[in-house]
Design a protein around this ligand. Structure first.
Ligand SMILES: Cc1ncc(COP(=O)(O)O)c(C=O)c1O
Length: 454
């Protein structure tokens, strides 16, 4: 018989109290830094959400290298969060560190293309397949810019997304569904526009809902990740993305695939691995080894239409662009990451180890008789509190249990293992070793034992 989740939750509540105390004892330097930083940073952190990890005070990092980092108190952690994909190829990959160091004495930013620009374009095409590219500094911006292009090209206003989507802080996408209506996410600060006016969200894996909306002929584009990765992981059902490709073409809407996280699938991302060619493809986070960088690729046809839209617009601000994007140092880091770090060999290692980790985690779940499951997309895995992988965001939400999740995170963190906050996500990087996996599995087993005792 499976363990009773009410009992597990009440064990988690008790465990959390003890783990919070343990965290405070282990981290006097982080406590001190938190007090100092609070004098000048809101919530004591450079970005307010850095305070949302569930630790009593933030964990301050001294240095990070490969799959490990050291906190202010000198404790070494094995990192399965990897900057929520920003460091998916490991912290400070040596070739990238060298490329940045070499470029550092030769200029950071000029507002002109560096001589490396043609090589970066070629490397993006070699890796992701799309023939043309533009750069941005964050995946948020890349998505925002692609939306502008899509609307300019199609002369349509509406955007179709999926319930549970996250594409960065792109206003148009920060919607939820309530009683079948698309509304502003309740948590948004300072949003004065009714986002439901031009954005519609439908359930993932629901082709009928997608077609019903697209058939109105009002949608400039459909923007989605190939698998939802931000509301808990939700994989596409067989043929779903292929059907999205067919439906968007049928109704004159553009298909934008945001591969910022699904870049974990395989070298070149999910679309390339599954032989789907979107109109636009967005990549960000790890493509310059963790330095802020993003890119969007597009087809020949899009390139032609983008030029028409731009050439026909009056001279002046296009609404697309930021001064520091595509700067010299980012180009150097991106080129080295794409050609020397995100290699076939690196992905082979990541995928093989992630497969092994999946097997071990499933065995742990079985040993401790929990009604839980593992969902995996290449090098990315998620422990979900449901037996079957969810097929849409609502199912993923229904499976969430904040208390158990917080207890697992803090228990692991207090024993030198970091998971991704806000869900139980784990990433495997090129330098993750079998020893690192062993540490994770042993610590998870110890945690599950605490959670399931009578
Ligand atoms: C799928 C996806 N797209 C875009 C973004 C935005 O990335 P950034 O915060 O680097 O702009 C995220 C961030 O988590 C993401 O998960």
């Amino acid at each position: 018989m499976k363990n009773d989740i009410q009992q597990v939750t009440s064990n988690a509540e008790r465990l959390l109290v003890a783990e919070r105390e343990r965290y405070l004892q282990l981290h006097p330097c982080s406590i001190k830094l938190s007090k100092l930083a609070s004098q000048h940073f809101l919530y004591g952190v450079p970005m307010h959400w850095m305070n949302d990890w569930g630790t009593p005070v933030p964990l301050f990092v001294q240095q990070a290298q490969g799959v490990h980092f050291t906190c202010a108190d000198g404790i070494v952690y094995t990192d399965f969060c990897l900057g929520d994909t920003g460091a998916m190829f490991g912290h400070s990959p040596e070739p990238v560190a060298k490329a940045i160091a070499a470029q550092a004495s030769r200029g950071f930013t000029t507002m002109l293309p560096s001589t490396l620009a043609p090589n970066v374009g070629a490397a993006l095409t070699e890796q992701f397949g799309l023939p043309y590219w533009q750069l941005a500094t964050t995946a948020t911006d890349a998505n925002r810019f692609v939306l502008r292009w899509a609307r300019a090209i199609t002369n349509r206003k509406k955007l179709l997304v999926f319930d549970g989507c996250y594409h960065g802080t792109v206003d148009d996408t920060e919607v939820d569904v309530a009683d079948g209506k698309t509304i502003n996410r309740a948590s948004l600060l300072g949003q004065v526009h009714d986002l439901g006016l031009h954005t519609v969200a439908v359930p993932f894996n629901d082709l009928a809902a997608v077609e019903r909306e697209l058939a109105t002929g009002e949608f400039a584009c459909l923007l989605t990740e190939p698998a939802l990765t931000n509301c808990g992981m939700v994989l596409p059902q067989e043929g779903f993305i292929k059907s999205l490709r067919a439906l968007t073409s049928k109704y004159g809407s553009l298909l934008i695939l945001d591969e910022t996280h699904t870049i974990s699938t395989a070298r070149g991302g999910w679309a390339k691995a599954n032989k789907i060619t979107p109109d636009f493809l967005v990549v960000g986070k790890p493509i310059a080894g963790g330095l802020p960088a993003a890119a969007y690729g597009f087809s020949d046809n899009m390139a032609t239409q983008m030029k028409v839209a731009k050439d026909n617009a009056p001279a002046g601000h296009s609404g697309i662009g930021t001064t520091l994007s595509g700067n010299m140092i980012t180009l150097a880091a991106m080129h080295t990451t794409l050609t020397e770090v995100a290699t076939g060999a690196a992905y082979s290692h990541m995928l093989a180890l992630a497969g092994l980790l999946e097997q071990h985690l499933k065995a742990s779940i079985k040993t401790y008789r929990l009604p839980w499951g593992i969902t995996r997309l290449g090098a990315r895995l998620e422990l979900q509190f449901c037996e079957k992988s969810p097929t849409n965001a609502q199912q993923a939400r229904d499976a969430q249990n904040d208390t158990i999740e917080s207890a697992i995170h803090l228990f692991l963190l207090n024993r030198g293992v970091l998971l991704t906050p806000f869900h139980n996500m784990m990433l495997v990087c090129p330098t993750t070793s079998r020893e690192d996996l062993k540490k994770l599995i042993q610590t998870i087993n110890a945690c599950l034992k605490e959670l399931t005792h009578d």
